[in-house]
Design a binder for this molecule. Sequence first.
Ligand SMILES: Cc1cc2nc3c(=O)[nH]c(=O)nc-3n(C[C@H](O)[C@H](O)[C@H](O)COP(=O)(O)OP(=O)(O)OC[C@H]3O[C@@H](n4cnc5c(N)ncnc54)[C@H](O)[C@@H]3O)c2cc1C
Length: 391
Amino acid sequence: MVGGGIVGCATAFFAAAAGLRVVVLERRPALATLTTPASTGAFRLQFDNPEEIAIVREGIELFDDFAARTGLDGWDLRLRHGGYLFCSLTDATVERSRHLVERQRSWGLDDVELLSGDEARSRWPYLSPDVRGARYRAADGWLDVKRLAVGYATAASVTRAGTGSASFCTGVEVLGLDLGADGSVLRGVETSAGTVATPAAVLATGPFLARTAALAGVPLDIRPTRRQKLVIPEMPDIAQDAPMVIEEETAAHWRPAMAGCLALWTEAATPSSEATDAVPTDPAWAFGLLDPRSDHALSRVTPLWADAWQRGTLHWFQQAGQYEMTPDRRPYLGHAGPEGLWLNGGYSGHGIMTSAGGSRLVIDLLVGRADAAANPFRPDRPMTDREHDIL
Ligand SMILES: Cc1cc2nc3c(=O)[nH]c(=O)nc-3n(C[C@H](O)[C@H](O)[C@H](O)COP(=O)(O)OP(=O)(O)OC[C@H]3O[C@@H](n4cnc5c(N)ncnc54)[C@H](O)[C@@H]3O)c2cc1C
């Protein structure tokens, strides 16, 4: 197992549960310290295709029952079903939302509410008079990503009757793959601490997936794309029972956290860049969310942000990570290249919510319990255009 972010930890959990003996190799000094903690930790079923709805739903069911399913008595993921509220400011996005919700209902996702602007304001009075419509799913929400990652790792480390177990080696970098004389079969993994012999390796290296797949000569289209996050602790204006509030037009959004909130903008036009450990933050990006004069200001949907800006007393911190985008914004899950090599990545910004279902699927494929031909996320699938999924 290469990589000890949320995906590597989840994979170790499912591999150990399947009876495998696993070694997780993570080059940083601690688990879940690159992209995973930069995330918002949120999950939703409001997707634009039934395959992702199914795979994320599987994960949420696990999160809801995490302590019992992992055997970690009392393990608290700080999970909240706070809801996702997508707000439209134009008739065009009201119509786009209506169409999406109709499709979601046809796939069996029947608990997304379509609301008029007035209906939304009667439930969340802090919404702007400019909101013309909204879609809302109360069961969407968020959790603490570090507790989830470390929970997977802790559960995977415990040997129980009928299961395998995992050991975690931090500070160990994978530098090469031993593919035997003709390069067709994986025999081991070459690391900064020596060679580990293994018949199977799962690459879960987040934004670095293309770089590690290249060690086996496997070309992979991953486009690491910077995403930033504002952390604003102690902001009394933010009701802590608020949902995730998203503007459909701009994808600017916020959700309660730490007696304040987290705020983001997933700008569709952000160019991709090289994978890096040191993702820079840009102070101007924060003003784009906070300054009411910005064309993607948070105050467009929730005017309380304009009041907070006027007061001038907000404290904020910025964090940045990279979305690991694939051409169709769906993950690469399954075998690729030489026998014994498996991919688990390319989650395109959805790796917290999708990694449980995705990692379970990769392990089922690896042990022969799942049908590779029926896997909609197989790395060699034809890439198709999708309607823009804004987050
Ligand atoms: C701002 C932001 C907000 C987000 N919000 C959400 C959200 O709300 N919900 C959601 O589901 N997702 C969200 N995401 C996406 C989510 O964070 C990622 O999809 C997820 O963390 C990917 O996990 P990972 O384990 O694949 O990657 P990482 O956490 O990056 O872990 C990969 C690990 O591999 C290691 N590695 C790389 N190369 C090697 C090597 N050669 N040898 C050994 N180790 C190696 C790295 O050091 C790293 O620790 C967000 C992302 C960002 C940036």
